[in-house]
Design a protein around this ligand. Structure first.
Ligand SMILES: Nc1ncnc2c1ncn2[C@@H]1O[C@H](COP(=O)(O)OP(=O)(O)O)[C@@H](O)[C@H]1O
Ligand SMILES: [Mg+2]
Length: 348
């Protein structure tokens, strides 16, 4: 079961890659927190920053700015040597390509032993643990097989065993099912679920698969290097309907997925492209507090009224307001007026 402590914390993460004179912002102020024992899916278009995030969490890349804490360790403050130990022991990786996970000329068992040997372990314990891990991923009959003699799904299960060799608390998988058919992918997801449940392992899985929400507790979507939305599975108690023999009216739990828009630490949110297109929203909106919540609608004829924006703001800021609307309007690019301190009120 997931506990409430954040196990992974990313605060305002930035990663800038510089190639020749061109800078690419792969992460643009990303905030994310993952609880211990949680299994999280990470989705997003190609180039949105998913792999960069995994590399930062895995200690393979240092972010340009921001904060990353995993299990109480601030990754930016670790020395190179400490970061190497972190990569070897505290975190496990599974990549999309089988060839990147496994060494082709070693048997499955030897592939699993390798990270333990590299971390300085010796003796019969290493062999024993490697066999246990092969059993754990249901490959007890494949100890001596080299990667080429294993199917794609079996290779990924060995890769998961390799990632677990040094008993990490965090498992990162970057599109682990990207080259597998849906049936084999399901087997790999089932294995992740079992490891999450039985070992309490915290797992982050990057996926292109829109159906990943069925396999994990929570899905976060990255857009342009920032967290944009989160999909969670909601359970609601269903009341029994009287005089219903179909079985559907019986008391039980109803499950449905709900997508929530994520606000960053400064309160910024992204409006999904589909909604922007549907409502012809460009780069200005009007926001209003209503009985049912916050109403966001396309700004009307803003160009025409720009010279009158001061009047519009004064109109919005009513007596007794604490300035929140003025602040909001100024964030939308409009100038705050003297109305904030009440002087301009009533002018038309
Ligand atoms: N090593 C690198 N050097 C330069 N640009 C990079 C590097 N790695 C990633 N990028 C760029 O950063 C952006 C995010 O990449 P990535 O994290 O791989 O996205 P995703 O995994 O979501 O497809 C892309 O525009 C990509 O071209
Ligand atoms: Mg990627």
């Amino acid at each position: 079961m997931a506990s409430e402590d954040p196990f992974v914390i990313c605060n305002e993460l930035y990663k800038i890659f510089k190639v020749a004179d061109i800078e690419v912002m792969a992460l643009q102020g990303l905030d994310l927190s993952v609880r211990e024992g949680e299994m999280v899916g990470v989705v997003g278009a190609s180039g949105s920053g998913k792999t960069t995030l995994m590399n930062v969490l895995g200690g393979l890349t240092r972010p340009s700015a921001g904060q990353v804490i995993v299990d109480g360790q601030n990754l930016l403050k670790l020395s190179n040597r400490e970061l190497t130990t972190y990569r070897q022991v505290d975190v496990g990786f599974v990549w999309q390509q089988g060839s990147r996970n496994l060494i082709p000329y070693l048997s499955a068992l030897d592939n699993i032993k390798l990270p333990m040997t590299l971390a300085g372990q010796t003796g019969t314990q290493v062999d024993k643990r490697a066999r246990e891990l092969m059993d754990l991923v249901d490959l007890a009959d494949r100890y001596g097989h080299k990667p080429i003699a294993l199917s794609g799904g079996e290779q990924q299960r060995v890769a998961i065993a390799v990632a677990l060799a040094n008993e990490p608390k965090l498992l990162l998988a970057d599109e682990p099912t990207g080259e597998l058919d849906s049936l084999t992918s399901d087997q790999v997801y089932n294995l992740f679920q079992r490891l999450n449940r039985d070992l309490g392992l915290t797992i982050c899985i990057v996926s292109h698969d829109p159906l990943i929400a069925q396999h994990v507790g929570r899905v976060v979507a990255i857009r342009d290097g920032k967290l944009a939305s989160e999909t969670v599975l909601r359970r609601r108690k269903r009341k029994a309907r009287p005089h219903d023999d179909s079985g559907e009216g019986q008391e039980g739990w109803e499950e449905h997925f709900e997508e929530l828009i994520v606000l960053d630490s400064a309160g910024r949110l992204q409006i999904p492209k589909a909604y922007r297109e549907q409502l012809a929203i460009e780069n200005r909106v009007q926001m209003e507090v209503t009985d049912r919540g916050l109403l966001i609608r396309p700004a009307q004829n803003l160009e025409e009224t720009s010279s009158q924006s001061e009047i519009q703001i004064e109109h919005e800021v009513r007596a007794g307001d604490n300035g929140a609307r003025g602040g909001l309007l100024s964030r939308l690019g409009l100038r705050k007026s003297a109305a904030d301190d009440g002087r301009g009120r009533g002018r038309k």
